[in-house]
Design a protein around this ligand. Structure first.
Ligand code: AMP
Length: 196
């Protein structure tokens, strides 16, 4: 069980093809804020990420954006946040987002979202953090990723416990419940040498 005050949300800077992605982003942003969870995200006012942040603010929640200087200059930073932290680059942003958060939620998105997911999942395996990661699915969007993760396990590249440590949720209530109930796996290198 873990106390969760703030949740980082990784999601698309585009809105995606299916209108349900936007509905899910609004529902998650709103539900986290209503549950008293602060929201941490990439700071932009575009696509699903902007929608999560706006929904969190509209529901009265704390929303902290962490954005690299180069993206602020392109004037796509959200202008109605509790706080916007401007950092020097993408690496610093991800470190800061992780430091500020007690959990990570991955909504539909593109390369940036996948990259953020894989980094925090890698860090979880190495024991760099002990925070839950939830894959939030909308109309089976993440199914191909789940299949790939199963293959990583069946082919001996990822320990089953690290696949099993990932939360899957399809609605906000399930998400909140599973985040709160989560227990951290033992880190990879605490297992016997050579095992995954
Ligand atoms: P993507 O999935 O490729 O659209 O990238 C979205 C993720 O990368 C978000 O979770 C952000 O943290 C980051 N990101 C990508 N584009 C932007 C942007 N224009 N403004 C702020 N953050 C962005």
């Amino acid at each position: 069980m873990s106390a969760i005050d703030r949740v980082a949300v990784f999601t698309g800077s585009a809105s995606g093809a299916d209108p349900e992605y936007m509905q899910a982003a609004v529902a998650v942003g709103s539900a986290l804020a209503t549950a008293g969870k602060g929201l941490v995200y990439g700071g932009g006012n575009v696509g699903l990420m902007g929608a999560v942040a706006s929904a969190g603010r509209e529901a009265g929640g704390e929303v902290v954006g962490v954005i690299p200087e180069a993206l602020v200059d392109k004037e796509i930073a959200h202008d109605d946040l509790t706080r916007l932290e401007v950092v020097s680059g993408m690496h610093e942003r991800k470190q800061r987002m992780a430091d500020l958060s007690d959990a990570f939620v991955v909504l539909p998105g593109g390369v940036g979202t996948l990259e953020e997911f894989f980094e925090v999942w890698t860090w979880q395996q190495l024991g760099i953090h002990q925070k839950p990661i939830a894959i939030y699915d909308v109309n089976g969007f993440w199914n191909p990723l789940v299949v790939m993760i199963d293959r990583l396990v069946s082919e001996g590249f990822v320990g089953a416990q690290f696949r099993d440590s990932l939360i899957h949720a399809t609605d906000p209530a399930e998400l909140l419940e599973k985040l709160t109930a989560w227990d951290a796996p033992a880190p990879k290198w605490s297992a016997p040498a050579g095992s995954v």
